[in-house]
Design a protein around this ligand. Sequence first.
Ligand SMILES: CC(C)(COP(=O)(O)OP(=O)(O)OC[C@H]1O[C@@H](n2cnc3c(N)ncnc32)[C@H](O)[C@@H]1OP(=O)(O)O)[C@@H](O)C(=O)NCCC(=O)NCCS
Length: 204
Amino acid sequence: MDQDIRVRDVRDDDWDDIVALEAGAYTSLGLSEERSALESKARASPTTCFVLEVRGRRAGYLLALPYPALAFPELTRPEEAVFRSPNLHLHDLVVAEDLRGAGLGKRLLRQLTARARQQQYEQISLIAVEGSHGFWSANGFAPRPGVVNSGGYGPGSVYMSLALRAEASSSPVPPSRAQPSQQIESPTPVGGPPSGASARDEVG
Ligand SMILES: CC(C)(COP(=O)(O)OP(=O)(O)OC[C@H]1O[C@@H](n2cnc3c(N)ncnc32)[C@H](O)[C@@H]1OP(=O)(O)O)[C@@H](O)C(=O)NCCC(=O)NCCS
């Protein structure tokens, strides 16, 4: 089955399927987002958002974007700004219901972790919604209780984070070039930085 599985960056023609997968996972929990809110995450950080293809079918996705540690997107509105931060927020991960339990969620997460290290992020954060803590704990995330009690993510939600060890990076960068800790956690508008600013400054 392995050769039938592909994780790739999100394309414009993926969104109908992403929206359907999202609605399937969250509508019954009252946590489903507008399409524009989902799309805004990939616009903010296209290199940290992925689609999972299994035998040519879009079978999952992952959306992550830089966000200041201990902060997180509101579910009800599109992102209007791009933050510069050494913290990468994993906003959403969904695998099609009939394919769960086969390691595909872990696979998407591995892809994100590798990309995050390449881009010199120092930490990945997320909000585990009701019932998903077990998956995240098994994948190394630790709860940070008290950061979220509800915040639109439901009563059982909890903020969790995973530190990325610099020595595990697949493309090590000399300390003099390492940037994330120098970055300012300030936003620029989605769609591009203000004139004169470097777009490369927005992510690690
Ligand atoms: C969470 C999700 C992405 C996991 O995808 P997956 O492909 O099933 O994950 P994997 O196969 O890599 O891992 C499965 C393991 O995680 C565990 N797991 C999966 N979902 C879990 C959950 N909600 N609670 C506890 N454990 C969970 C499974 O029991 C399994 O454990 P095992 O390996 O010991 O048998 C998938 O269940 C999903 O899409 N859920 C709906 C959307 C969602 O809740 N996303 C997370 C938002 S915070």
